[in-house]
Design a protein around this ligand. Structure first.
Ligand SMILES: C[S@@+](CC[C@H](N)C(=O)[O-])C[C@H]1O[C@@H](n2cnc3c(N)ncnc32)[C@H](O)[C@@H]1O
Ligand code: SF4
Length: 356
């Protein structure tokens, strides 16, 4: 028997073409998409404005694949919900819903694990397993929205496990799908993509001219320090990264956000702050300071609140807009990849959910 076609993660146009090939009226595609994305219904049986005959045909020839929610953890102050998902091949990923005053955001993963090897990151500890398909990235948003019915999702941040630009085509497909009025209708301006700095792909993304926000994980103001923290810097040193960021701004008019995770005694000195200002001089940007989320396996610790504010003042005094990221969900495995690692280590009751 021919394999069923997964309608999840296909655009309206794609589904219309498939239906046309099956001699089904084109407008039925829009009806099916409304059921899936507007009403959250994935079961063809429940699509009551389709004839019984059509529902049976779709059941036999199509499917709406899904990722399964394995666990859902709500932070004590209820502003963060972490989701652990099982994929069809039994791999496990995580995504997070964060409630902000300016609207709720979902942070999605783009890969199972990561191959980039940043020293402070939990996502890379088990290595890289595989890229996610665009529908698997989309389904993280879909399942979260379905599971928290009263929560409106206003923003998507592509900042979960994995390096999105290392999975370029599927991530771009996902961005376009999430933006589509037939799917989530989230404006490009409300989508942020974070990268560790894959220079050729940043340049390629600039040419797409999508007005999304690009966040660059910088974390160090010079090559010597960045080489120690992020292996990618050996391939694409800071100078080439900053040039690519300037190019991105020229092509899109979108200001870059630089992420700088402050690690006590490593990158938080006054000298580091001044060097960072020199590096970013003249660039249209914003700096987001992140108190490092402790990852036991790595032994990095965040600086004191006083030092974090002092660092912020140095950057701001040079006319660069700077924010300190509010720590969210630290009681439920805050850093990306930490919950998945607990699952892989069969900790905290996850042993029973284990399947190979
Ligand atoms: C997990 S990464 C995923 C996106 C992309 N791979 C990247 O590196 O930008 C998202 C952000 O989390 C940051 N990050 C990773 N581990 C962290 C930790 N332990 N504490 C704070 N931020 C961390 C990364 O540097 C990056 O800015
Ligand atoms: S910070 Fe990003 S690129 Fe680096 S290991 Fe983590 S997920 Fe991968």
């Amino acid at each position: 028997m021919a394999e069923k076609i997964n309608l999840k993660g296909l655009s309206l146009k794609n589904i219309e073409e498939i239906f046309e090939n099956w001699n089904i009226e084109r407008f039925r595609a829009k009806q099916v998409m409304n059921w899936i994305y507007k009403k959250g219904i994935e079961d063809f049986n429940q699509m009551t404005d389709l004839s019984k005959e059509l529902r049976n045909f779709l059941k036999a020839n199509a499917c709406t694949a899904k990722i399964e929610i394995l666990d859902k953890r709500i932070s004590k102050n209820r502003d963060t919900v972490k989701f652990l998902f099982r994929l069809e091949d039994n791999n496990v990923i995580e995504a997070v819903l964060m409630k902000h005053l300016y609207g709720n955001s979902v942070c999605v993963s783009t890969q199972v694990g990561c191959k980039m090897g940043c020293k402070f990151c939990a996502s890379t500890i088990g290595g890289f397993i595989r890229n996610l398909h665009s529908w698997e990235i989309l389904d993280q948003v879909f399942q979260i929205r379905n599971s928290l019915k009263d929560v409106h999702i206003a923003n998507i941040v592509i900042m979960g496990s994995g390096e999105p630009l290392d999975n370029y085509n599927e991530v771009l497909k996902f961005i376009r799908l999430a933006n589509s009025p037939d799917i989530f209708n989230i404006s490009f301006r409300r989508i942020s993509l974070s990268t560790c700095g894959l220079v050729p792909e940043i340049r390629k993304l600039a040419l797409e001219q999508l007005p999304i926000t690009l966040s660059v994980s910088l974390h160090a103001p010079n090559d010597e320090l960045r080489n120690r923290l992020m292996l990618i810097n050996k391939r694409y040193p800071i100078d080439s990264l900053i040039k690519a960021c300037k190019y991105y701004f020229e092509m899109t008019g979108r200001r870059i956000t630089f992420e700088y995770a402050l690690i006590k005694g490593i990158n938080d000195s006054f000298e580091n702050g001044r060097e960072l200002c020199d590096l970013l001089k003249g660039l249209q940007c914003h700096v987001n300071l992140i108190p490092i989320n402790m990852v036991e396996e790595r032994g990095f610790v965040k600086p004191s609140a006083k030092r974090i504010y002092e660092f912020k003042r140095i950057i701001e005094s040079n006319g660069i807009q700077t924010t300190i990221r509010k720590e969210k969900g630290s009681d439920i495995g805050g850093a990306c990849g930490q919950l998945r690692n607990k699952f892989l280590d069969k900790k905290e009751g996850y042993k029973d959910l284990w399947r190979t």
